[in-house]
Design a protein around this ligand. Structure first.
Ligand SMILES: [Ca+2]
Length: 210
C-alpha cells in the first residue's frame, strides 16, 4: 500500500495472450452494435449438418478440460464449433491475430483463411499479423473441432505495442519501478517445457526500465 503523497502508476506493458483472449472485442454482424459472435455448436467433428445449439458468445475463450460445452446432451468429445462476426480496429497498424486450440482450428479474416491448424494436436498457439486501418470493419470466422481428451479454443486480436512505450514512459517518470515478469500457465505446463529465457520481450522491457 502506498503512503500519502505517493502516486502509483500502472501499465500492463507486455500484453500476454490471456489478457488478449479475455478482452478482444467482437460484434455479431456488419453495422451491428451487439457485442459477441454468432456461434454454432455441432455434435460431430466436421461442422456437419444442423447445429445442436446456436447463440451468441461474447468472445472465444474456452478451456473445457476433458469435458465439453455446458449444453444439455452435448458430447465431451468429437464436437465442433463455428463462430462468425466482425471486428472494428480502432487504430491503423499491424494487428496480431492469436488462436490457441486443442484440437483443430481455422481462422478466416474477410473470408480468407489466414491460420490453418485443422489437425489433432495438444494446445497449440498460432499467430498471424495483418495491417488493418482504423474505422474499417472485417469479418471473422473461427472454426474448431475437438477429437478426444482436453479441449481448448481461445482467439483474440490486438494492435501490439512491441516497444511497451507507455510502461517505459511511466517508469522513466517514477522514482521506483516494480516489474512483474515470468511465466504463466499457457507458457509452462504439463507436457510442454518452458524456455530458459523470459518469453515475449520481457528482457527488453527490463533493460529499458532499468
Ligand atoms: Ca483434444
Amino acid at each position: 500500500m502506498a503512503g500519502t503523497g505517493i502516486t502509483v502508476t500502472y501499465d500492463p506493458g507486455f500484453t500476454d495472450d490471456v489478457h488478449i483472449f479475455q478482452t478482444s472485442q467482437f460484434y455479431t454482424a456488419s453495422g451491428s452494435s451487439q457485442s459477441g459472435l454468432h456461434c454454432e455448436y455441432f455434435n460431430n467433428q466436421t461442422l456437419y449438418g444442423t447445429p445442436v445449439y446456436t447463440g451468441i458468445d461474447t468472445r472465444i475463450n474456452f478451456s473445457w478440460g476433458s469435458g465439453g460445452p455446458a449444453i444439455s446432451g452435448f458430447p465431451a468429445d468429437h464436437f465442433s464449433v463455428r463462430w462468425t462476426g466482425v471486428i472494428r480496429p480502432q487504430e491503423t497498424g499491424s494487428h496480431e491475430f492469436i488462436i490457441r486450440s486443442d484440437d483443430g482450428c481455422r481462422l478466416y479474416l474477410d473470408n480468407q483463411l489466414i491460420i490453418d491448424g485443422w489437425k489433432d494436436q495438444g494446445a497449440t498457439t498460432y499467430r498471424k499479423t495483418r495491417t488493418l486501418e482504423s474505422g474499417t470493419e472485417h469479418t471473422i470466422k473461427v472454426e474448431f473441432y475437438e477429437n478426444e481428451g482436453e479441449a481448448v479454443i481461445q482467439m483474440g486480436w490486438h494492435l501490439p505495442d512491441p516497444t511497451n512505450s507507455l510502461a517505459i514512459q511511466h517508469a522513466s517518470e517514477a522514482d521506483a519501478a516494480i516489474l512483474c515478469v515470468g511465466f504463466d500457465s499457457p507458457l509452462e505446463g504439463e507436457g510442454f517445457d518452458r524456455t530458459f529465457a523470459l518469453p515475449d520481450d520481457q528482457d527488453s522491457l527490463i533493460n529499458a526500465v532499468a
